[in-house]
Structures are given as C-alpha cells and as structure tokens.
Design a binder for this molecule. Sequence first.
Ligand code: ZN
Length: 325
Amino acid sequence: MAYPKTLLEAIAFFNDEQVCIDAVAAMKWPDGEPRCAHCHARNPYYLATQKRWKCRKCKKQFSVKVGTIFEDSPISLQKWLPAMWLLCNCKNGISSWEIHRALGVTQKTAWFMLQRIRLALQRDNKHKLGGSGGGPVEIDETYVGGNRKNMHASRRLKLQRGMKDEAGKAIVMGMLDRDLRQVRAKVIPNAKREVLQDEIIGEIEKGSTVYTDGYSSYDDLARQQYIHETVNHVEEYVRGEVHTQGIENFWSLLKRGLKGTYVAVEPFHLDRYVTEQIFRYNNRATKDNPLNDSDRFLIALSQVAGKRLTYAELTGKVPQRPEVS
Ligand SMILES: [Zn+2]
C-alpha cells in the first residue's frame, strides 16, 4: 500500500473506513493473519458489510479497534488516523482545540483522543543508554512552572537549586545518548540524589561516560561506576565535548510546545506531553536517518496495539491497568 506523504494526502487517503481498518490490521497482525480478540483463534471470518471479524471457534465478533488505543471509542478511524498524523508531525504539538476545529469532534473528545495517541507514542525501552562502546550521555533536569514567569525563570532557578522553595513546579529529568541521538525523559518527584541516581542506574549502563552540570545530587556518579564529567554553568559554558547542550535543546523544544500549544498542563498529565515530545525528537529527520511525516505516522501506528486508556484512567479516577500484550 502506498502511504500518503502530506497531511492533505493523509486526510484523503484515510477518508475510507476500509482503508483505515486495513492500515490498523496490518500493524496489529504483521504476519497478515487476524486472530480472535477473545480466544486468539486464527482465521476468523471477515464480515465485510459490518467491517468486523467473527471467530470460527468462540463465535464472538470483534472490530480492529479491540486491543488498541482505539478500543471502545465511537470515533471513527477516519478521524483517529488524521489526528494521529497531526500529533506525530506538528513540531510543537497540537491542541485539543485545534483537533476539535479540524476534525469536527468536541474539544473534550479531542483531548481524550490526544491523550490516547500519546500512549501509543510511548516506547518500552528494552536497552540501556551508553555502554562501554557507546557514546556519552548528557543528563539534566528542568523545572516546569505553572506560569510563564516561572518558565522563564527556570534557568536561574536551576542554578540555585536547593536554595529556594521549588514547590509548585514539576521536575522533568532527561538523558540524551549522543551516539544513538535518543532522549529519555520523565517527571520525577524531586531532584534529590537518590531519585536522580536511581533513574540513571535504571537507564544508563554502568561504565558509560556521563555529562552533568555541577549540581550536588550528581556528585556520587563516579562511585556508581560511571565516568562522570561536569560542566560548570556559572564559569564556563562549554569545555570541549563536555556539555549538556543537547538535552538543553530538548528542554527548549518541550517548553516551546508547552508554552505555545498547550498553555497550561496539569502536572498529572505532564509525563504524556514529555512522551509526545520525545517521540518527535527521537524520530526526527537526521542525515543518517531521513524520516518523513509518513514514517513517523507509521511508527506511531505500529505502537497502537496492546495499549488502551479509558477516560476514568486518564482523569485519575481509577488506577491504570497493566498493558496487555
Ligand atoms: Zn474466538
């Protein structure tokens, strides 16, 4: 199937329900063999008029949406897929108001759709960053404030960490593997040594070279078997290769999206916006890997299965269930 290359082509292409179903089915069952959503039996009938499958064994019916982020949604795939295209490819993200106007769904529905799509953008990382033969890893944290004044002040605040009350600001910790050109980042409860160190040990191979600023919470990394170099932001900005400008560029992108597109994000949802920005950053076009909009969309679509999120889970009313495979 020849995939669309531009947003206009994508909207025209996904204007047909069967095309959408085929696109999702191809990702859900990469071997081309649909399986029953209830009992996993092979070779179900396809009921073309109802656009559903019927299991030969348990006789139950199921749509392509079952077991994906689209499950239980009354919104058609003709709207879901363009929304996904937009979120994957708009540099600063896209707001629920824009989706509401572009696709003719309510703003509340659009918000819910975007949150579910962000879930698909999340990757389960199987490998650690760095490694003895790998590149250096830049590590940093940033403070995301509840208002514009705080955001602009975040850099100054960082230099005074621990010296003043940081209440009300969410802290995001990030790591950038320079060889892989991949970022990992998440919201952390505080910037104490144990928290930062646990994240580093969980994500970066021991023996890796790591670059941080001079914040005291990073003091112990040499003892944790990392080759640790620090940047002193007050006196020198760059010492050869030793800098954290890569991860700081990522913070700029994140904050531009948060400030421009999303305006106010509750800390509870901040992790999902971070995930979204990581997806676009890690799948951006580079010289070695010239990904385009269509590629980014297909990568996201390949991640829709095995993930779903209900409104109650999104709004924190019930705990999130473990993902099914
Ligand atoms: Zn069955």
